[in-house]
Write a protein that binds this ligand. Structure first.
Ligand code: HEC
Ligand code: HEC
Ligand code: HEC
Ligand code: HEC
Ligand code: HEC
Ligand code: HEC
Ligand code: HEC
Length: 358
């Protein structure tokens, strides 16, 4: 996917400096990253769950994608140019994407797998000649097969062009920027496996002072960021650092269905957000340490926390008492083999009153 890079940590710190509801550590420059293993010592339950989550697994070494390894080799044939593809085990234990046309064969060593696999996995890799690129083929959960990556150039002329969208490493650093834990890990060669994926300190900031604060005492605060305590607007901006920020001008969001992919700009259009006086934020409905909840009852409960006569924070529905999301936040097919829930919560025209769930 291609979106403007925006460093959520920086934005977060800026937001903290200007309108911080939380105490800042006395000298943030002295604070150091300690790694998720350290956190696990005192927060075993959160760590156990988070480690297995899609945030944590959103970037993996191409050597560590068991769900694909078990299915190899995978094949795909591009009908438009008769290029045959094979995803196979590489001699180094990782994955290679191989493209063949007539007698010509080209090979692409896949280094990194982007996407935990809930919807799809796209690769970043390198050729023997040292060229970097984003694979033109992705693996999709819905079909459990390879298909062309959404947004890739059509009609590749030869096997080399067919393997990847060739990009300078500096362009690829945008991808790493939203899929790794530490900012200095932003280049394909600089990322190490243990820090790939979104772990504790990407959202909570460096942990050293926190550990000192809780072990040595003598501090009046816990010296750690907790995005759960941010006011609604700031929290939406914090998550929006990766999930896309609400723009200054909403005309594009109103017209372009593709923006359904991004929760923050859509959520803030909802009357639920506007008229609940700061009570609706991302963590109202999501436990960020866990994988996405998908049961209708889970979300019904969240809606009912406002929309019942007893709760009194929003009017009850005149039409139905359950499955709220199926009518008011339907899933829309936006990209290849992927659909997304529309976070602009509203009354839609009758025709949309169906669940988009496969
Ligand atoms: C030596 C034990 C220890 C370690 C190691 C530790 N914590 Fe904590 N943490 C605590 C204690 C004690 C509290 C306060 C009680 C609670 O909320 O569980 C706390 C609270 C927190 C909170 C809640 C803060 C708030 O404002 O509500 C967060 C977030 C947190 N820790 C994150 C982390 C992260 C991230 C790491 C790793 C970088 C980490 N902790 C490592 C002991 C520890
Ligand atoms: C550093 C970037 C980053 C930040 C910060 C971030 N996310 Fe994500 N989030 C991602 C990526 C990347 C994925 C895709 C995971 C995958 O590969 O499936 C994701 C996936 C998700 C999902 C989809 C469900 C899932 O488990 O895959 C939810 C829900 C979500 N994020 C909510 C949040 C919320 C709420 C916040 C703020 C508290 C937040 N995220 C902060 C990058 C981020
Ligand atoms: C601005 C932050 C950002 C950038 C830059 C970014 N991603 Fe993501 N990526 C996300 C978030 C957030 C998600 C989860 C929600 C979604 O799918 O939009 C995600 C999801 C994914 C997924 C899982 C598929 C899916 O739809 O859930 C793949 C694969 C992926 N990204 C690959 C890439 C690649 C390759 C690049 C670079 C070309 C890249 N991303 C750049 C934030 C980013
Ligand atoms: C994608 C962002 C993200 C990541 C990664 C993340 N957290 Fe959190 N964490 C949050 C948010 C948001 C909250 C606030 C939850 C709430 O208030 O509903 C939170 C709350 C906490 C708390 C306070 C207690 C609680 O559960 O509400 C602790 C402790 C904590 N996190 C520890 C960790 C540890 C340890 C890791 C790594 C294993 C981690 N977090 C990874 C976003 C994140
Ligand atoms: C924090 C409280 C809160 C939560 C949680 C919440 N809402 Fe709302 N919602 C409101 C308020 C306040 C309004 C404004 C008008 C009213 O209903 O009284 C509103 C308005 C609406 C409307 C009318 C929109 C329109 O355009 O006229 C719908 C539909 C709706 N909510 C559905 C939902 C659904 C479905 C959920 C759960 C996924 C939900 N809400 C969760 C507070 C909330
Ligand atoms: C009122 C409840 C509610 C709020 C608030 C909310 N979400 Fe969601 N979110 C949902 C529902 C419902 C789904 C779809 C669940 C399913 O697939 O069953 C979802 C799905 C997602 C997904 C996965 C994309 C998809 O549809 O597959 C991401 C990413 C996400 N939310 C991010 C966020 C972020 C970031 C925020 C804050 C800006 C946020 N959400 C606020 C209810 C909410
Ligand atoms: C079968 C589809 C469907 C389901 C399921 C559904 N709604 Fe509705 N809802 C509607 C329609 C249609 C309207 C508009 C009714 C009208 O204007 O007469 C509406 C209106 C609303 C309104 C606006 C009420 C007002 O007086 O302005 C709210 C709030 C709402 N729904 C919340 C919910 C919640 C919460 C749930 C789950 C408990 C839910 N809805 C389940 C279809 C549905």
């Amino acid at each position: 996917m291609q979106v403007n890079p925006s460093w959520n940590l920086l934005l977060f710190l800026l937001a903290r400096l200007t309108c911080s509801p939380l105490p800042m550590p006395p000298d943030p420059s002295q604070n150091k990253y300690v790694g998720a293993e350290k956190c696990a010592g005192c927060h075993p339950d959160v760590s156990f769950i988070q480690k297995a989550s899609e945030h944590a697994r959103t970037l993996r070494s191409a050597k560590a994608v068991p769900e694909l390894q078990a299915a190899l080799p995978l094949r795909f044939s591009d009908q438009t140019n008769e290029i045959q593809y094979r995803l196979e085990q590489s001699s180094a234990g990782g994955l290679d994407l191989v493209a063949t046309q007539d007698q010509r064969t080209e090979r692409f060593h896949l280094l990194w797998a982007f996407g935990a696999g809930r919807k799809g996995i796209t690769f970043v890799g390198r050729t023997d000649a040292g060229e970097y690129g984003q694979s033109r083929l992705s693996w999709y959960q819905k079909i459990k097969q390879l298909d062309l990556t959404t947004g890739t150039k059509k009609n590749a002329r030869d096997p080399h062009e067919a393997l990847a969208d060739w990009l300078p490493p500096v362009r690829l650093q945008e991808c790493f920027g939203c899929h790794v834990t530490l900012p200095e890990q932003f280049l394909p060669e600089a990322t190490v496996e243990t820090l790939a994926g979104i772990q504790c300190e990407r959202c909570h900031g460096p942990g050293q002072e926190h550990i000192e604060a809780v072990t040595e005492g003598g501090r009046s605060d816990l010296a750690i960021e907790n995005p759960g305590k941010l006011a609604a607007r700031e929290q939406i901006r914090f998550c929006g650092g990766c999930h896309h920020q609400p723009p200054a001008d909403f005309s594009q969001v109103l017209q372009d269905k593709k923006t359904i992919r991004f929760a923050p700009p859509r959520l803030v259009l909802s009357r639920c957000y506007d008229e609940s006086k700061g009570q609706l934020k991302c963590t109202t409905c999501h436990n960020t340490h866990e994988n996405l909840a998908t049961s209708a009852e889970y979300y019904d409960q969240k809606c009912r926390s406002c929309h019942t006569a007893e709760a009194g924070r929003g009017s009850p529905c005149p039409v139905a008492k359950k499955d709220c999301v199926s009518c008011h936040m339907p899933r829309e097919p936006l990209m290849k083999h992927s659909d997304f829930a529309d976070h602009w919560i509203r009354v839609l025209p009758r025709t949309s009153h169906k669940s988009g769930r496969p």
